[in-house]
Design a binder for this molecule. Structure first.
Ligand SMILES: Nc1ncnc2c1ncn2[C@@H]1O[C@H](COP(=O)(O)OP(=O)(O)O)[C@@H](O)[C@H]1O
Ligand SMILES: [Mg+2]
Length: 379
């Protein structure tokens, strides 16, 4: 069952798995597309390249007629690839038979403007259509359907038929249907066009939580600036071409955070951006061990949210919180970790690798001095 709607997971005992390189959810290479035949043949996509890793929320913008919907329907296996290469969820769509394309489509959540709800079915029954293949028990399906509809603000509309719903409500039913199975890939074409401000926020939060909790990749066409703020990547299309593809690195957000931390005030803006770009966001569950006394030190940590206990020889020596950092001692001294650090609650960190940490120290004398002051007090 999809865990999106379940209770938060119990604290994990084991540390998180090492970050491994993962296959992109979508890989587009040299993709062209034509409509029409003969003299009427018209090229609408030109040599497009795009890679979307799992867990990324991609916002696609561009004027009407730019080719956004065409690209999205190709990625969704709703059209055949004519020229170029297209891999979706590990499969090469250009080589698939129509029967196999159906399989791929089943793994994708589609939110298109023509939402095609069944008029004879209630909101819940429409959502249930998407769960038919899961072979779950009726009461489990009902529970999941009701939960996702409620999460989208439709708890009071579960058994209504589309004709008794507003346009925005129908759109949210379609979104519930697309997301109820927690697909690895969500393709959404202006999904919030018919929605008011509050519903838009709810939908975007749901999509964002899918990327975080389920590592779903989401590609969404929109012009809504409130959504762009939540995006991990911004792709802009003009005249059939992707003309810009910007990863909205966490760097910008990390930079904002670093600016407020004493230690990092010693860096110039350029140095700060440099460090922020090299930092990775990482989450830990409550109870997880982040570093262990006696192990060699490979990373430096800055807490962006939550709290940790620093424990040495089984005694708590410090409790650190938002804006505090740890892990620098072993990186500076080259000696093993002199303490164990445990998350006492869900923890968000920014992590800097050893080499990047050392080049930050070398690049800025004030930063180094500031850091050494802390180092000597902790060593
Ligand atoms: N089914 C179709 N047959 C012929 N031309 C089409 C078809 N769908 C779209 N087009 C044309 O392809 C171009 C790209 O359209 P589209 O992908 O819908 O762009 P966008 O979603 O960015 O508005 C436009 O010039 C449009 O007129
Ligand atoms: Mg379109």
């Amino acid at each position: 069952m999809c865990a999106m709607l379940a209770e938060p997971a119990a604290p994990a005992a084991a540390p998180i798995a090492p970050l491994v390189s993962v296959e992109p959810a979508v890989r587009v290479e040299g993709l062209n597309h034509f409509y029409g035949e003969g003299a009427a043949r018209n090229q609408v996509l030109f040599d497009n390249h795009l890679e979307v890793p799992p867990g990324e929320l991609v916002v696609m913008t561009g004027p009407s007629g730019a080719g956004k919907t065409t690209l999205l329907t190709l990625i969704g296996g709703l059209r055949s690839v004519q020229a170029g290469r297209l891999e979706v969820l590990g499969r090469d769509l250009s080589r698939l038979k129509p029967r196999d394309l159906v399989e791929v489509r089943r793994e994708i959540g589609f939110v298109f403007q023509m939402h095609n709800l069944f008029d004879a079915l209630t909101a819940y029954e429409n959502v249930k259509m998407a769960m038919q293949l899961s072979h779950e028990r009726p009461d489990t399906m009902r529970q999941r359907g009701v939960e996702i509809l409620s999460r989208l603000g439709l708890g009071h509309r579960i058994d209504y038929k589309p004709r008794s719903l507003s346009g925005g409500e129908r759109q949210r039913v379609a979104i519930a249907r697309a997301l109820v199975n927690c697909p690895h890939l969500v393709l959404a074409d202006e999904p919030t066009a018919a929605l008011d401000r509050d519903s838009t926020r709810i939908v975007v939060e749901l999509l964002k939580s899918m990327t975080i909790e389920h590592d779903s990749a989401v590609i969404m066409v929109t012009h809504d600036y409130r959504i762009i703020e939540s995006a991990d990547r911004l792709v802009h299309m003009v005249d059939g071409r992707i003309v810009s593809d910007v990863v909205l690195h966490d760097a910008l957000r990390i930079c904002e955070f670093l600016r407020a931390v004493d230690l990092f005030r010693a860096l110039t803006p350029t140095q700060l951006t440099d460090v922020a770009e090299k930092m990775k966001k990482r989450k830990y569950e409550a109870g997880e061990t982040i570093i262990r006394e006696g192990e060699s030190g490979e990373e430096f940590f800055l807490i962006s949210d939550g709290e940790v206990d620093v424990v040495r020889a089984d005694h708590e020596v410090a409790r650190l919180g938002r804006g505090d950092f740890f892990g620098e001692v072993a990186l500076i001294s080259g000696e093993p970790r002199n303490a164990t650090v445990l998350a006492t609650q869900p923890l968000d960190t920014f992590v800097l690798g050893k080499t990047d940490f050392q080049s930050a120290i070398e690049s800025s004398a004030p930063f180094r001095d500031q850091l050494y002051r802390v180092y000597f007090s902790r060593h």
